[in-house]
Design a protein around this ligand. Structure first.
Ligand code: CAA
Length: 384
């Protein structure tokens, strides 16, 4: 994957191609998506037309077959232009990963081509009102009834809910035994009994709808079970091992967007008779921002390589990359706002949006406190 520890020509070419699409057709919609809290359909259409909406889907299912590093680069570049839009490739990967990791050949064949073609997106339903960090405390139930399962419960904080056609839903099939009693299912938006709550009113990523998903006696064929009964929690965690890398990539992209805008500004803005870029205090801030961003990107790409290979230390690297890159993105976007002074605090520049968008990367796919739990457990087990 790495040629002498540098990106391969293919990876560099993918970055150039996705950057071109994003500069022309995604960035122009970013402010409006934030302002109106509407899903940026034009960005989706542009990503779909260039096959960047779900690049990770293997070629055998009609996908672009991007490896984990290429997928991270796509998400990074989309996030550099519009964080909300970067959740299109990111959540398509999150939603489909349980099927890719644990689904039957038949389930893969049924759903993955639809995501690859852009016919529908795929969301991931793990969290509930009373089960966030403690995901295994979920109460959504799935009860077997002949050749069907009947699902009842409420899933909360579901990214792209309502827009997505397909949902991986984790539910308890055997109560009282914790994580081992959880199973995973594919639920379709059109299944009778599926409905959605009002869109959450959020600080950032406003162009990506976050809603509750209600499951009211949703009766689905038993072949929608992903993997064996009782393996759902492990599938959920294995999925997050891979997709925390994509959140790290999203954070890197948001931070790069903010650094780019700050660099442009400090060269133009003059105070005390010279560009503010000439002041050492400003230069030290830029250097710290660049240093944090570079370190975050390197860790993210190292984690992506492990995700592609399925290495035993992926759990650690996925958590470390997500935690480090999201903390870096928060610091870098905050400093970028500072460098623009009063202008950074207004909607005349994209920095305040980027700062608000960065915040979620410290929270979702496991808070950074959970990432530290995950890392510490791996260290104590001697995996690292
Ligand atoms: N790979 C495979 N199996 C795993 C695993 C992994 N990475 N992590 C845990 N498991 C297995 C364990 O092996 C264990 O089985 P055994 O007993 O057989 O060993 C079982 O799952 C239970 O594991 P734990 O005892 O470690 O579980 P826990 O209850 O202590 O939870 C936790 C650990 C790390 C805190 C976990 O609950 C967690 O990650 N919480 C955060 C949840 C989260 O990330 N939510 C994000 C929602 S998705 C979202 O935000 C997306 C969005 O829309 C954008």
């Amino acid at each position: 994957m790495f040629a002498l520890y540098q990106l391969s020509e293919e990876h560099v070419a993918i970055r150039e191609a996705v950057r071109e699409v994003c500069n022309a057709k995604v960035a122009p919609n970013a402010a409006a998506a934030d302002e109106t809290s509407e899903f940026p359909q034009a960005s989706y259409d542009a990503l779909r037309a260039s096959d960047f909406h779900a690049p990770h889907i293997p070629e055998e299912y009609g996908g672009a077959g991007a490896d984990a590093l290429a997928t991270a680069i796509v998400i990074e570049e989309v996030a550099r232009a519009c964080a909300s839009s970067s959740l299109i490739p990111a959540v398509n990967k999150l939603g489909t990963m349980p099927v890719l990791l644990s689904g039957s050949a038949e389930l893969k064949q049924r759903y993955l081509p639809k995501v690859a073609s852009g016919e529908g997106m795929f969301s991931y339903c793990l969290s509930e009102p009373e089960a966030g960090s403690d995901a295994a405390a979920m109460t959504t139930r799935a009860v077997r009834d002949d050749n069907h399962y009947v699902l009842n419960g409420v899933k909360r904080w579901i990214t792209n809910a309502g827009v997505s056609e397909y949902y991986t839903v984790f539910a308890v099939t055997e109560p009282g035994i914790g994580a081992k009693g959880i199973s995973a299912f594919v639920v379709e938006k059109s299944d009778p009994g599926v409905s959605f709550g009002a869109p959450e009113k959020k600080l950032g990523i406003k162009g990506s709808p976050t809603r509750e998903v209600y499951l009211d006696n949703v009766r689905i064929p038993a072949d929608r079970l992903i993997g064996e009964p009782g393996t759902g929690f492990a599938t959920a965690m294995r999925t997050l091992d891979h997709t925390r890398v994509t959140i790290a990539a999203q954070a890197v992209g948001i931070a790069q967007g903010a650094l780019d805008a700050a660099l442009d500004y400090v060269k133009e803005r003059r105070q005390f008779g010279k560009p503010i870029a000439d002041f050492q205090g400003v230069q030290f801030m830029l250097a710290d921002m660049g240093m944090k961003l570079t370190a975050a990107r390197e860790l993210t790409y190292a984690a992506a390589a492990r995700s592609e290979r399925g290495d035993a230390d992926l759990t650690y690297f996925g958590a470390a990359a997500k935690c480090f890159a999201s903390d870096a993105a928060m610091a870098i976007t905050t400093d970028a706002v500072q460098l623009l002074g009063g202008y950074g605090y207004t909607k005349d520049f994209p920095l305040e949006r980027m700062m608000r968008d960065a915040k979620i990367t410290q929270i979702y796919e496991g808070t950074n406190q959970v990432q530290r739990i995950v890392m510490a457990r791996q260290l104590l087990k001697g995996v690292i």
